[in-house]
Ligand binder design. Structure first.
Ligand SMILES: Nc1ncnc2c1ncn2[C@@H]1O[C@H](COP(=O)(O)OP(=O)(O)O)[C@@H](O)[C@H]1O
Ligand SMILES: [Mg+2]
Length: 124
């Protein structure tokens, strides 16, 4: 579970696209602004990209079956997670993005044991 934080245009969707490309996904990666979630399958990995900017009603959460997306077999990248406050578990990673010069500054914080282990592996 990864929360992506940053203003509109900070690069949250672009980073998600980059992660998918890095994993070898060659298809289209579009912003889930209207659909709320875009699902991807990369080899045996399930990756779900959420954009909850337009999310308003918690009942929508149950109706759409979003709870089922959060399990041990999937990676969830979530833009605007604060819109679903109280419905989501704590993230393993919090990634904060902000514009800097022509690029972006990325700040990554691991918040769970899983997250800390993944970060240590990434650092190696
Ligand atoms: N690391 C980056 N360096 C330069 N431009 C970027 C970077 N990340 C995103 N952008 C540009 O910023 C714009 C908004 O990016 P986007 O990923 O849609 O933001 P968000 O999803 O946070 O609203 C796009 O035009 C994109 O090309
Ligand atoms: Mg976006």
């Amino acid at each position: 579970m990864i929360f992506l934080e940053g203003d509109l245009g900070a690069g949250k969707t672009t980073l998600t696209r980059g992660i998918l490309r890095g994993l070898g996904f060659a298809g289209r990666v579009k912003s889930p602004t209207y659909t709320l979630v875009e699902p991807y399958t990369v080899s045996n990995l399930y990756l779900y990209h959420f954009d909850l900017y337009r999310f308003s009603d918690p009942s929508e959460w149950e109706d759409a079956g979003f709870r089922d997306y959060f399990n041990r077999d999937s990676v969830c990248l979530i833009e605007w997670a604060d819109k679903a406050e109280g419905l989501l578990p704590a993230p393993d990673w919090l990634i904060q993005l902000a514009p800097e010069a022509d690029g972006r500054r990325l700040n990554l914080t691991a918040l769970t044991t899983n997250g800390t282990q993944c970060l240590a592996r990434l650092a190696r």
